[in-house]
Structures are given as C-alpha cells and as structure tokens.
Design a protein. Structure first.
Length: 105
C-alpha cells in the first residue's frame, strides 16, 4: 500500500505584517493629499489667466505651503528651479493650458 504525501499548507497573508499601515494613518494621508490637491488647484486657478497668454503649455510647478510657483518650457528645468528653493518640499506639476493637465490618457 502506498502512503499519501502530506500536503503542505501555505500561510496566506502579508509577507511582512510588521509593515502594515494602520487605517487611521491611511485616512490621514489621504486627507492630506486631498488638501494639497485642492491648494494646487486654487493657486493654479488664481494665477493661470495672467500667465496662459504669454506662456501657453509651459510647465507650472507649485509649492502649496508657500504658494510659490515656477514656470519653464522644460519640465526638468522647472523642477530643478523648485528643488533649489524647496529641496524636500512637496511640489505639484501642472501645465499652463485650459485644463492644467500635462498629457492625455
């Protein structure tokens, strides 16, 4: 008579459960992200009508905490300008056009 091989059961779950983020922390991060996005849009809407005529389709880098912005036709140059003044700050990238988007999906 042959014996059946034991079937090894695999544990299901996270590989590193110690890196699990608490739901409260996730909710806080999401709220912070929405606040930044709203601030980006406010700054963009207030400044873009004056700049769009002369700088159409230029890149528009915004630092939401201070309200500073940087514009340049080249995205890398604009980001470099922003990083010189705010090396660790959160920045948002938009484009000076009707929608503020950088591309199309």
């Amino acid at each position: 008579m042959t014996q059946a091989k034991p079937v090894r059961r695999y544990r299901q779950g996270r590989i590193f459960p110690e890196f699990t983020i608490a739901p409260e922390e996730l909710a806080r991060r999401e709220a912070e992200k929405k606040a930044h996005l709203q601030r980006y849009r406010e700054i963009f809407d207030s400044v873009s009508p004056q700049l769009i005529e002369e700088h159409y389709n230029w890149f528009f880098i915004i630092e939401p905490n201070s309200g500073d912005y940087f514009i340049d036709p080249d995205q890398n140059a604009a980001v470099k300008k922003a990083r010189q003044k705010y090396p660790s700050g959160m920045i948002g990238i938009m484009r000076l056009n009707e929608t503020g988007t950088c591309g199309r999906i």
